[in-house]
Design a protein around this ligand. Sequence first.
Ligand SMILES: Cc1cc2nc3c(=O)[nH]c(=O)nc-3n(C[C@H](O)[C@H](O)[C@H](O)COP(=O)(O)OP(=O)(O)OC[C@H]3O[C@@H](n4cnc5c(N)ncnc54)[C@H](O)[C@@H]3O)c2cc1C
Length: 415
Amino acid sequence: MSAPATLPTEAPPPERCELAVVGGGIVGLAAARELAARHPARSLCVLERESALGVHQTGHNSGVIHAGVYYVPGSLKAELCVRGARELYGYCERAGIPVERCGKLIVATEPGELARLHELERRGRANGVPGLARVDAAGIEELEPHARGIAALHSPATGIVDFGAVARSYARDVLESGAAISTACGVESIAVVRGGLRLTHARGVTEARNALLCAGAWSDRLAVAAGAEPDPRIVPFRGAYLRLVPGRRELVRSLIYPVPDPALPFLGVHLTRRIDGEVLIGPTAMLAGARDAYSLARLRALDLRETLAWPGTWRLLARMWRAGLTEIHHALSRAALVRAAARFVPDLRPSDVEPAFAGLRAQALARDGTLVDDFVFSRSERALHVRNAPSPGATSALAIARHVADEAERTFALG
Ligand SMILES: Cc1cc2nc3c(=O)[nH]c(=O)nc-3n(C[C@H](O)[C@H](O)[C@H](O)COP(=O)(O)OP(=O)(O)OC[C@H]3O[C@@H](n4cnc5c(N)ncnc54)[C@H](O)[C@@H]3O)c2cc1C
């Protein structure tokens, strides 16, 4: 988890600007950076609700630069993750942000998983992921001496970074381009007015000719406020992590992942070395009682009401109650979470871990109960919305930024 930003981001929000970007997470900041670089003569501001940047998903994740193995060929995730990872490595090297191509193993422990591993390899190759290789049991041990499995897919292009640091660097670029960033500026309502949008926020009103809304776990709420469809709704999935105690970090050299369940958009409990040397185990995936339920006990009546009133929630629970029970077990029992990880690293013991932190996934859920897998972008009058940017959204942010900037140029006639 990264430290809060110490950038000059408390500028008073402008009364008028040409383009307002709402949301100071990695996606909003990358998009603001791209648009400010392409259109230096246009006035641009970023409005962020919290008093610091990147404190939600951007600051609470696994820190993995995904190479693009998992995603359906031809999907936005496949295209934007592969491109985004390549651009991110280049950006970090230029900006002096620590980054490491440590590689990752996706490990099958049972014959029943081999067909799915094969499918992942097919997808990865179709997506143009560099360097993918199949390894056998001996190959697994060579790369990860404490890991066990019957076969694995090795992705040497997968890496690690602190996405909070990356987001702060994007914010620095935005500020250097002359645009303003205003924190503590949560947008409460959006009205279409003559010639633009009136954004009423915690620090007054900003009238913008156009807006780009990148509000993560609150993106559906802002989209509805701007006149867009309520479908899909965001349901928050809490992902808690454990960390290895310092004396046991040698159990994991890089990144060890399971073969994911194709019915779920989450990648399963993994072991992740971080750029600061810590090793995480997790995350869990449990429906949460608030969009910022960093503690298990936090409930917010509005969030809960919106989740429970959404027909998709009940359709999802009816279909996936068994997976839901396993996740609740992982979330409530440290020993169960350790057991899930010990499938790949048998030497792992409950005494090797301590609690770390939790993140909240902003996951779009369709009315029919489908967990929306791909990135989703949509439009309303004078606004563009990033409606679903879960993992690998942080990896993909520079490519998402280009995608939405192209769309903004077409829709807002910025070009
Ligand atoms: C547990 C977990 C593990 C993950 N692991 C990885 C990983 O290893 N690799 C990877 O690539 N991705 C990972 N992800 C996904 C990644 O973190 C997200 O895709 C990415 O951070 C999304 O960025 P964002 O800017 O859309 O959202 P956020 O970072 O959540 O930012 C949204 C911002 O909008 C602001 N906002 C909301 N409402 C308003 C409002 N009304 N007015 C003004 N501002 C508002 C919020 O305060 C917030 O700052 C993970 C996510 C989680 C939760």
